[in-house]
Design a protein around this ligand. Structure first.
Ligand code: ATP
Length: 255
């Protein structure tokens, strides 16, 4: 399912946060949102999952404008894993993952066997099948992150939004999660800090700087040494990976 953002601007307390952001994300690919701290990545994602209404501009998920759709309609099309872990409750892991079925259920519907099967399969898929009975808030940060991905998969939405999905994960789990996400075949948009992961796992990158899109395209085009120096203040280059031979981003402090 395509995602099209057209002229989206957001201001908070008169401070411009996003400024005329326009981009198109094709169906089924992985798009990385990259940019320095505070460049607007999370804010843009919030506009996509209907948590924040832009002052101007439109967001299309498939054929429908997000703010002309109900939260429930958007919930069937867009699943999201954010950094905000709600720990102020004692929901079990199983209950947390089952919440992903909400957009598919009527107000008075009870959880069906099919709902339970979908949730269980998602939990198994992220390697957390053993944790169903645990209280979500008692899990480690990395375990919680995987459970929230399972909840997103349980939503069975064609578009997956991820805000720093590898945060809290050890290096092996980071690569495992990125491989898993790539293999899902969903239209995925992920805010990523690690430019090497962005290079290795994304079909296209969107580089944000001070709320504006500076460049979009394949990682090797977007992360040119000049642009990386101008935006991040470091020396960076894409070179063949010594193990895989595939493009990989390497960085060095300023000369
Ligand atoms: N509710 C808010 N009130 C005031 N300023 C905000 C609010 N939300 C975001 N901002 C500001 O908007 C800018 C963009 O924030 P955002 O979280 O989108 O950036 P980001 O690129 O995701 O950053 P990071 O990489 O640090 O997570 C920042 O300067 C932030 O301080």
């Amino acid at each position: 399912m395509r995602v099209v953002v057209d002229g989206v601007s957001v201001a908070i307390d008169d401070n411009p946060i996003l400024n005329g952001v326009t981009l198109a994300v094709r169906s089924g690919g992985v798009t990385g949102l990259v940019g320095p701290n505070g460049s607007g990545k999370s804010t843009l994602l919030r506009c996509l999952y209907r948590a924040l209404r832009p002052a101007t501009g439109t967001v299309l998920i498939g054929p429908d404008e997000v703010w002309r759709s109900s939260a429930r309609q958007v919930g069937r099309r867009v699943a999201v894993v954010t950094q905000d872990h709600d720990l102020d409750n004692d929901y079990s892991v199983r209950e947390t993952v089952a919440m992903g079925r909400t957009p598919h259920q009527g107000l008075l519907d009870r959880e069906s066997q099919a709902d339970r099967d979908i949730a269980r399969a998602a939990l198994e898929r992220v390697g957390m099948g053993w944790a169903g009975h645990r209280v979500f808030a008692t899990l480690s940060g990395g375990e919680r992150q995987r459970v929230l991905l399972a909840r997103a998969l349980t939503q069975q939405a064609p578009v997956l939004l991820l805000d720093e999905p590898t945060n809290h994960l050890d290096i092996g789990a980071q690569l495992e999660l990125l491989e898993l996400v790539r293999g899902l075949g969903l239209t995925t948009i992920a805010a990523l800090h690690d430019l090497d992961h962005a290079t290795a796992y994304c079909d296209q990158l969107v580089l944000l700087h001070r709320g504006r899109v500076i460049a979009t395209g394949p990682p090797a085009d977007v992360l040119s040494p000049d642009r990386v120096a101008a935006v991040f203040g470091v020396r960076g280059a894409i070179a063949p990976h010594p193990i895989t031979g595939r493009p990989h981003f390497v960085t060095a402090p300023p000369a």
